[in-house]
Design a protein around this ligand. Structure first.
Ligand code: 3HC
Length: 293
């Protein structure tokens, strides 16, 4: 209420079982976030090897917490015990919410949403982590656009507190509120956002990252720029370190989306960003991007 205390969001429906679709960096981190907070998690990937990859990341992350004395072996086993992998989407039939974090490809996601609509029980919320695709279109692929919403986590999901909760014109108010309550329950800070290119954070962050690449193209060393930003702005990472964490393919896709939407000449993707992606130098995940790992 204006001028009053902010009202804490309330669960409008019970959420105890969470589905996660995808086996990449974001999906793995998100599965951990929910399992760590006591939710039963069913995560779905295309092969057993990919499911094993998720568990390997989670196991490694939890081992680090144990080594630091932040978690004991019993706590670790309890978290692992709440995670179930599946190669069949049918395993999502009884979850209360699905958080989808597959590749940023509208055709792939549309196909998935049609399936989720068929498979998931009535009332289940269908959340997407897309950072660059129109969520309205995903809703239109289902018979329940009121249940479709964005939950835009940041990388690394277990560490970054922010989640942009993105509603379309079709999203039900109760779904919005439930998702915000869920964010609070897993220790995240939710901000509301409409279904517009870049939402809030990427709309500001990626032009800055793209400009950093152009600044380097004009002759300034990568390390100099990274160091200057860290010292001056107190950012935890310089722009090139961050680009390598996010993945140059992801950054390029987001920058193209912003350029297409806003048509600002300065938003045109930097040539070097395009070149690194073409060369498969995607950042940390491939061992080389702007820096080498
Ligand atoms: N998974 C899980 N936990 C991780 C992790 C990961 N991948 N990386 C780091 N951590 C944990 C560490 O275990 C440690 O935990 P602790 O506090 O319990 O001990 C904590 O995070 C801090 O890690 P480190 O001490 O190793 O290193 P740093 O202090 O340098 O932190 C960082 C690493 C959190 C990645 C920090 O550098 C940072 O905040 N960087 C900026 C990240 C950022 O801006 N992300 C947003 C990108 S934009 C985006 O995601 C949008 C999308 O649409 C592209």
């Amino acid at each position: 209420a204006a001028g009053g205390e902010p009202v804490a969001p309330e669960f409008k429906q019970d959420i105890s079982r969470v589905g996660v679709v995808g086996t990449g960096t974001m999906a793995s981190g998100i599965a951990l976030v929910f399992a760590q907070s006591g939710y039963d998690v069913v995560f779905v990937g295309r092969s057993q090897a990919k499911l094993d990859g998720v568990l390997a990341y989670i196991g490694k992350t939890l081992d680090r917490s144990v080594a630091k004395g932040k978690l004991d072996e019993g706590g670790k086993d309890a978290i692992l015990g709440r995670l179930t992998g599946a190669v069949e989407r049918e395993a999502l039939g009884d979850v209360d919410i699905v958080v989808e974090a597959i590749a940023e490809d509208l055709d792939l996601k549309t196909e998935l949403y049609r399936d989720l609509d068929r498979i998931c029980k009535p009332g289940a919320i269908l959340a997407t982590t897309t950072s660059s695709l129109p969520i309205t279109k995903l809703g239109e692929a289902t018979s329940r656009p009121e249940a479709v919403i964005g939950m835009h986590f940041f990388n690394p999901a277990p560490v970054m507190k922010l989640v942009e909760v993105v509603t379309t014109n079709d999203t039900a108010a109760d779904v919005d509120e439930t998702v915000k309550a869920l964010c609070a329950n897993v220790g995240k800070v939710a901000v509301s956002c409409g279904d517009r290119a870049g939402f809030i954070v990427n709309c500001l962050l990626f032009p800055y990252l793209n400009d950093a690449v152009k600044l380097h193209e004009s002759g300034i060393e990568i390390d100099t720029i990274d160091a200057a930003i860290k010292e001056q702005a107190g950012f935890p990472m310089g722009p090139f370190e961050l680009l390598d964490v996010v993945g140059n393919d992801v950054s390029l896709a987001i920058q193209k989306e912003l350029y297409g939407e806003f048509k600002e000449p300065g938003f045109a993707p930097a040539e070097l960003l395009e070149k690194l992606v073409a060369d498969g130098k995607l950042g940390r995940k491939t061992g080389e991007g702007f820096h080498t790992y």
